[in-house]
Design a binder for this molecule. Sequence first.
Ligand SMILES: Nc1ncnc2c1ncn2[C@@H]1O[C@H](COP(=O)(O)OP(=O)(O)OP(=O)(O)O)[C@@H](O)[C@H]1O
Ligand SMILES: [Mg+2]
Length: 281
Amino acid sequence: MGKTFVFVNQKGGVGKTTSAINIGAYLAEAGKRTLLVDFDSQANLSGGVGIKPDNKGIYEILAGKITVQESVRRTIVERLFVITANIDLSGATVELIGKANHEVYLKKALEPVKNNFDFILIDCPPSLGVLTINGLAAADGVLIPMQTEYFALEGLTLLLQTIKRIQQSLNSSLNIEGIFFTMYDGRTRLAQDVVRQVSAYFKDKVYSTIIPRNVRLSEAPSHGLPISRYDPVCPGALAYQSLVSEILTGKEKNPPVAGILENVNNVTQATKQSPLLEEIL
Ligand SMILES: Nc1ncnc2c1ncn2[C@@H]1O[C@H](COP(=O)(O)OP(=O)(O)OP(=O)(O)O)[C@@H](O)[C@H]1O
Ligand SMILES: [Mg+2]
């Protein structure tokens, strides 16, 4: 049976969409049938794989206007498919909240195709609202992209509390698949410090691959291409390829969320108390 992963971080611009596209592309290149689900009305993921949003996307599925099978599209990469989003999805929040079981609409919508794919990757918007809750309810694992900056840690406690709540109510099998660092600039001591401290606390929940800041990664979406097709030898491409190898190896990274929550509080405190950070900020 296929695995569904959801990219979540309520902080905006941390690399959720870039990671979903490029991890999806390398999974497909590794022979895995992969479905990307654009679950953000900004529709950045759809554009990033070269598909213009139209009226055959995730909103229309949730609204019962089309079937999920009708909305799955091919992309330029063999075995990589996408369900697009469009601006109408922004209204879905209000529409869903009025409905019974509104947290499991996405899970139900994807059920008919779940077994057709090895991986389904859901790209969420930057909030912990009803769309992200639907993403968490539909997933087997959460992938958390994190920027290596001071404020990156600030929202993490709330995110982990949300995951714990979903585990206790809607989705007991949800686990944190892993945390990875994005847009890393090793020239700053702050970035190094954040990586060191977060890794010390989260231990084997953290992937060892770090995604560097790499302009080629930010250029690729405007060409509608994943990095594997835009510039397969740039540092960003090699990093995403390596991250996918780690994901496929499926390292054991499953300490209970409660334990992690404690760690996050510690790390937030520790980071605040770090003389280096105080010096920089
Ligand atoms: N490793 C990287 N190096 C350089 N630029 C990057 C990298 N990762 C992402 N970017 C760029 O940073 C911006 C934010 O990335 P992205 O859209 O993936 O974040 P996001 O978390 O999905 O944002 P949002 O919260 O708005 O959905 C984009 O312009 C993207 O091209
Ligand atoms: Mg995004």
